[in-house]
Design a protein around this ligand. Structure first.
Ligand SMILES: Cc1ncc(COP(=O)(O)O)c(C=O)c1O
Length: 427
């Protein structure tokens, strides 16, 4: 493209973005004010970096079903569903009742409760790889514990992870190993690259404790794992005595047994989070009995694993209610198919407009991308413009393009979203 044309295009995009930002500021004075107040006590007004968005993020006041309202009274269809954790929609009466009942029976009971057994039984019954599990308070913690278990059981140090992978704030590999990552001996390999994994195992197989992988990279832009790649990781781990860990914190919703059941690939360990806390803070790690039984406290060689709130009865009760009322096989399959359908329809809309947008994902978790060709870098300005245009039209998703459908999002909302996308692209 001639430079002058590139410049013209860029200038008009810059201008459109400036206008969109000015409109956003005018529409959201309350959110701006709240951020200023937050800045006094939270660095940058933020306590969760992924929520940051230029010029300031929305401050959401309330939600009902798949609808949310910000502090300025603007209404949105929530197409983000708390970055996949909010699969139930907002203010579910079923979950509210489960939490209230557990609370009324007494919380912080200083001991074992029946709730943890009920939730553990349900999870072990769902996931082919889970013979035993332990609860934690977040997906991050679950992954940390799974990695430590793998290192201690194998008596090896090296951890294979993948560029673009995200396993929590201290296990983030978007651009390789991050300065805030826990300091393990990592091999950070390209995702979906069988040859690179084979080369790493050929060179360092005897030192590899674990392979930690998402069946679909979520935060990395919803890049589905190639089944042949995931099967190769299964084969290589087994051949070299390493522990294959599937991080199913996001992908657990792909079927009643998660992505592993859909793929027919059974890892040695699985980590969970998000949806199984019924909307409350949650994490779990588990796997084959011979690995997990090292956490049996009665054993002479027991590995310790502590956590005041590991078995907190509110989360356990909400998790049980979530599974029993919302996360059955039929509901999850319908949600998966609704997401696949939305992806197909989005792809058709993008093709019609001829604009450089695409969608990737699996089922109801997907990411919009603005890029000029296969493998090209994301055009952040173009994506940002579409994001502003969609917010103006009352649709909320992550600034980075993440969409995660919750169960209450129906055909009406999807149709409205597609119309808004068409209008947003035309504008
Ligand atoms: C795949 C994956 N693993 C782990 C985590 C971390 O979970 P948490 O935020 O509960 O610590 C996330 C969070 O987004 C995730 O997407």
């Amino acid at each position: 493209m001639p430079t002058d044309l590139a410049l013209t295009t860029d200038t008009s995009l810059d201008h459109a973005l400036q206008v969109a930002i000015a409109c956003y500021r005018a529409r959201n004075p309350g959110s701006a004010e709240m951020l200023e107040r937050a800045r006094q006590v939270l660095p940058g007004g933020n306590t969760r970096s992924s929520l940051w968005a230029n010029p300031f993020p929305l401050c959401i006041a309330s939600g009902q079903g798949c609808h949310i309202r910000d502090v300025d009274g603007n209404d949105y269809v929530d197409m983000l569903g708390e970055f996949t954790a909010g699969i139930f929609g907002h203010s579910s009466p079923v979950l509210a009742e489960a939490i209230a009942t557990a609370h009324a029976r007494g919380i912080n009971l200083s001991s074992h409760t029946p709730y943890e057994v009920e939730l553990a039984e349900r999870l072990c019954a769902r996931f082919p790889s889970l013979e035993r599990l332990r609860f934690a308070n977040s997906g991050t913690e679950a992954n940390l514990m799974a990695l430590m278990a793998a290192r201690l059981v194998t008596k090896r140090d090296r951890i294979v992870v993948f560029r673009g992978g995200y396993h929590g704030g201290v296990l983030t590999f978007g651009d390789g190993v991050s300065p805030v990552d826990v300091p393990f001996d990592y091999a950070c390999l390209p995702y979906n690259d069988i040859a690179a994994a084979e080369a790493e195992f050929a060179q360092s197989g005897a030192r590899i404790a674990a392979v930690l992988v998402e069946p679909m990279q979520g935060a990395g832009g919803c890049v589905p794992g190639d089944p042949a790649f995931l099967a190769a990781l299964r084969r290589l781990s087994e051949a070299h005595g390493a522990i294959l860990i599937f991080d199913e914190v996001q992908t657990a919703r792909m079927s009643v047994g998660g992505a592993q059941a859909r793929l027919g690939i059974i890892p040695d360990m699985t980590t969970l989070g998000k949806i199984f806390g019924g909307g409350l803070a949650f994490g779990a790690f588990g796997g084959r009995a011979e690995i997990m039984d090292r956490f049996d406290p009665a054993r002479a060689d027991a590995l310790p694993h502590a956590g005041t709130f590991n078995n907190n009865s509110l989360t356990m009760a909400a998790g049980v209610a979530a599974i029993d009322h919302y996360l059955g096989a039929e509901a999850l399959e319908a949600l998966f198919q609704r997401g696949e359908d939305l992806q197909r329809r989005l792809t058709a809309v993008f093709a019609e407009t001829g604009l450089p947008f695409a969608v990737t994902g699996m089922g109801a978790i997907m990411n919009l991308h603005a890029r000029s060709g296969e493998g090209a870098a994301t055009d952040r300005k173009l994506l940002s413009l579409l994001h502003f245009r969609m917010q103006e039209r009352g649709y909320y998703f992550a600034a980075r393009g993440l969409i995660a459908l919750s169960l209450p999002v129906g055909e009406n909302e999807i149709r409205g979203f597609l119309t808004a996308i068409e209008q947003g692209l035309q504008a």
